[in-house]
Design a protein. Structure first.
Length: 88
């Protein structure tokens, strides 16, 4: 099973579809483009929609330990930037 490590040292098992720390991020414009493509066709299926969505979305993980966000740099790149919440 694929894993990803946070800078705090916590290792997350990914790929099981049971993760409550995994998110998909997509721009609203791209999402509407996908919806428009399918609204013009009668062959819409959830599988085809998810394939299109997954090609355009980036993966985001929230570390359960330190709450850092690990955000994929571009779709399917498998390269992540790490973001930690600022405390005032």
């Amino acid at each position: 099973m694929p894993k990803i490590a946070c800078k705090c040292g916590h290792v997350m098992n990914i790929g099981s579809f049971d993760e409550d720390f995994a998110y998909d991020l997509i721009s609203q414009n791209v999402l509407w483009d996908i919806i428009d493509i399918f609204s013009e066709k009668e062959e819409f299926t959830s599988e085809k929609f998810m394939d299109s969505f997954n090609q355009e979305s980036i993966e985001v993980y929230e570390c359960p330990s330190c709450k850092r966000l690990l955000i994929e740099e571009s779709p399917r790149s498998n390269k992540f930037s790490f973001y930690k919440k600022e405390v005032e």
